[in-house]
Design a protein around this ligand. Structure first.
Ligand code: NAD
Length: 489
């Protein structure tokens, strides 16, 4: 960037012990819709993580001894403050991530607010267990206590949404935290830090250290005084975190990638199924771990489905994310766009057909967005189950559509990947819906809908999609240590 340009750069600082502290070196952060560097993110390492862990340790005794009600009131206050600034947060998230302003306004930021309200409430309603053993003259009961300093590491696709999904339960349970957002999308976490004091969050309870995964993330994972790590991101990074944390026997929660199937039977209500499956394939540029990327359609309706699905996908407008009429914004980075495009090229090389989108339809962009990382919603067909496009997580606006004949066959094919995060099943037959849902290897199964969440219930994946679950009870259990106490009378 030129000097004139650098004056306008947004410069973030770490938030440690209730204070913003500058860092000695920085990472450039790009606006994905223009390709310009617009922000500098601290390139933290061991030293910064050390300071943040110390601040979190110091804050733990007081925070952990507050009553759940006191903590709940503070979480609610923080929710109110974020909600008050919803528009500013939404603008920042859209600019930083490339997502549409509409998605940031209606999904990301409202959900971040809801995460704090939800755990502010749910923390008040947990009960512990008790059993009696009259013949021994004993009662047993369980007690739960916060664990200590929680290390929270989040990805770039739903930045504030996923970070607050960890911060809220961690601090509601009485832990203190050191959070490390993605170096590509750090701005809204930094904005949230500015509200913590006003909400009444004591210094050191929430510390945010910005920087890369290799430096800041790994320093957090390897820190001996951080007994638990909650991570959302790729399966590859999770493997590395597992190895690095093994010598310390850390408690891990891992929310990872997916290769999510949609199974569409010939009795599905296509008027509901088609728009929802277009949304589940392309929402947030396909950059949601829950996005559909393999669509299995029963043979009898296959050609009708394809025709209507492609027509619906073509209605989705790609362009300037700040334009509220746009459906598809920019992908996170130049490298990621290249990676996603390469999957389409590989499919074509294998003999698959691209019915719309990348390389088939023209992409018209406004002058200011010519250097942005845009791509049209892309539908691929005539692709084999063994193809990398049907096996690997693409994490972009690309979906594959293939036919199937029987229920038995489609269950086997849907389960035939290493991942097991989310699936959708479309059918009007209640018995079939239950049968198929039970047999899918998937942490979440949505039938005749997509992404309808009750935060009370477990969220997470099977197989390479993760270890552990998050949700009201699950997050409570993860972020607390249980003890069984026996009293003889
Ligand atoms: P990523 O694994 O590259 O990065 C995630 C976070 O981990 C970032 O903050 C990164 O800086 C950090 N990190 C990277 N290397 C690290 C290391 N060695 N030690 C510690 N931290 C490290 O993932 P991403 O590209 O940011 O996100 C996309 C991935 O996240 C996709 O695979 C997607 O499916 C997954 N995801 C999963 C869920 C879920 O709930 N299951 C939700 C959203 C995204």
């Amino acid at each position: 960037p030129t000097m004139a340009h650098s004056k306008t750069l947004l410069v973030l600082e770490n938030f440690i012990g209730g204070r913003f502290v500058p860092c000695s070196s920085y990472i450039d952060s790009y606006n994905p819709s223009t390709g310009d560097v617009y922000c500098r993110v601290p390139d933290s390492g061991k030293e910064e993580v050390e300071a943040a862990v110390k601040a979190a340790k110091d804050a733990f005794p007081v925070w952990s001894s507050k009553s759940p009600l006191e903590r709940s009131q503070i979480l609610n206050k923080l929710a109110d403050l974020i909600e008050h600034d919803l528009e500013a947060f939404a603008q920042a998230e859209s600019k930083d991530q490339g997502k549409t302003i509409t998605f940031a306004r209606t999904v990301d930021i409202p959900r971040a607010v809801h995460n704090f309200r939800f755990f502010a409430s749910s923390i008040l309603h947990h009960v512990t267990e008790c059993t009696e053993m009259p013949t021994m003259g004993c009662v047993h009961y369980t007690s739960r206590a916060p664990v200590g300093v929680a290390g929270l590491i989040s990805p770039w696709n739903l930045p504030l949404y996923l970070l607050t999904w960890k911060i809220a339960p961690a601090i509601a349970c009485g832990n203190t935290v050191v959070a490390k957002p993605s170096e590509m999308t750090s701005v809204t976490a930094w904005m949230m830090c500015k509200l913590l004091e006003k909400a009444g969050v004591p210094p050191g309870v929430v510390n945010v250290v910005f920087g890369s995964g290799a430096k800041a993330g790994e320093a957090l994972v390897c820190h001996p005084d951080v007994p638990l790590i909650s991570f959302t991101g790729s399966t590859l990074t999770a493997q590395r975190i597992t190895e690095k944390s093994a010598p310390h026997c850390k408690r891990l929660s891992l929310e990872l990638g997916g290769k999510n199937p949609a199974i569409i039977f010939d009795d599905a209500d296509l008027s509901q199924c088609i728009p929802t499956t277009v949304r589940s394939s392309f929402a947030n540029q396909g950059e949601i771990c829950l996005c559909t990327s393999r669509i299995f359609v029963q043979r009898g309706i296959y050609s009708e489905f394809l025709k209507r699905f492609v027509a619906e996908a073509k209605k989705w407008k790609t362009g300037d994310p700040s334009d509220p009429t746009i459906n598809v914004g920019a992908l996170i980075s130049k490298e990621h766009l290249e990676k996603v495009r390469n999957y389409v090229k590989k499919a074509q090389a294998e003999g698959a057909r691209v019915l719309c989108g990348e390389g088939v339809d023209p992409l018209a962009l406004p002058p200011g967005n010519q250097k942005g990382y845009f791509m049209l919603p892309t539908v691929i067909t005539e692709v084999k189950d063994e193809s990398c496009c049907m096996q690997e997580e693409i994490f972009g606006p690309v979906t594959c559509v293939v036919p199937f004949d029987t229920e038995e066959e489609v269950i086997k094919r849907a389960n035939g990947v290493k991942y097991g995060l989310a699936a959708t099943v479309w059918s009007g037959n209640v018995g079939r819906v239950h049968r198929v849902a039970h047999r899918l290897q998937s942490g979440l199964v949505w039938t005749n809908c997509w992404l309808v969440r009750d935060l009370n219930l477990p969220f997470g994946g099977m197989k390479a999609s993760g270890i552990g679950r998050e949700g009201a009870k699950d997050s409570y259990e993860f972020f607390t240590e249980v003890k069984t106490i026996t009293i003889k009378h």
